[in-house]
Design a protein around this ligand. Structure first.
Ligand code: SF4
Length: 230
């Protein structure tokens, strides 16, 4: 396991649960707006976080915590992800998985093994703009479609989400994304926020007025759309 970061407590990242966050290293995308650039590009100077130290913490706190978020980077690129989830579940903790959707078979396997309780999958953009949005000439569109289907066919709680950037997303893009899954599925827009660790500088989020306008336009066609933080 390549673990680049560990957050001991979060009340925000796992719906209705007190959780911690494990950040895995490495990703097969290079989203220019990525907030974890050093984790993705492997430029962070710090040592890897020791997995045994994390489990020592989880053992002590398992009666206070409800669950563990596995984020990244892209967690499903980690060779020992299944073993990691088995160890967490043995402690009686719930697992939330964040994924970019590029590994549908592994996603299905982990769901079928009851190793995940909640999945948050990014849908980066309309498919015609996926490559520029993830910084890759091959953005694994077929895999993304399969992962959406895996989640929609499963009983696992899940959400889709899109980080929106003024330079990359229009209302039409979001409307196209909204057609990719059942209208009842939870769908979140997250406004881009600048940070020091971003992969490409010079990008912008939407203003409050622009977000409210987007919400008005989009909610007619995507009733379950929520803009986080509004
Ligand atoms: S935003 Fe997610 S998918 Fe994109 S590069 Fe960062 S970790 Fe990878």
């Amino acid at each position: 396991m390549q673990i680049g970061g560990f957050q001991k407590v979060t009340l925000l990242d796992f719906p209705s649960k007190v959780a911690c966050i494990v950040f895995t290293k490495g990703c097969n995308f290079r989203c220019p707006y990525c907030q974890n650039g050093s984790l993705v590009l492997n430029t962070r100077d710090e040592q890897l976080v020791d997995l045994e130290e994390i489990f020592s913490y989880l053992e002590k706190r398992k009666n206070i915590l409800d669950g563990v978020c596995i984020s990244g980077g892209e967690p499903l690129l980690q060779k020992n992800i299944e073993e990691l989830l088995i160890r967490i579940k043995k402690l009686g903790l719930a697992v939330k998985l964040d994924t970019n959707g590029t590994s549908p078979q592994l996603l299905k396997k982990l769901i079928d093994l009851n190793l995940v309780d909640y999945v948050a999958m990014d849908i980066k953009n309309s498919f015609s703009k996926y490559n520029v949005t993830v910084g890759r000439s091959n953005p694994f569109i077929d895999n993304i479609k399969q992962s959406i289907q895996v989640l929609e066919d499963s009983k696992v709680a899940h959400e889709f989400r899109t980080t929106i950037v003024k330079e990359l997303h229009t209302a039409d893009d979001i409307l196209e994304i909204g057609k990719m899954f059942c209208p009842k599925t939870k769908y979140y827009l997250q406004n881009y926020e600048d940070s020091e660790d971003v992969i490409k500088e010079g990008l912008h989020g939407f203003s409050l007025d622009e977000l409210l306008n987007l919400k008005n336009i989009l909610n007619k066609d995507i009733p379950n759309l929520v803009i986080r933080g509004l």
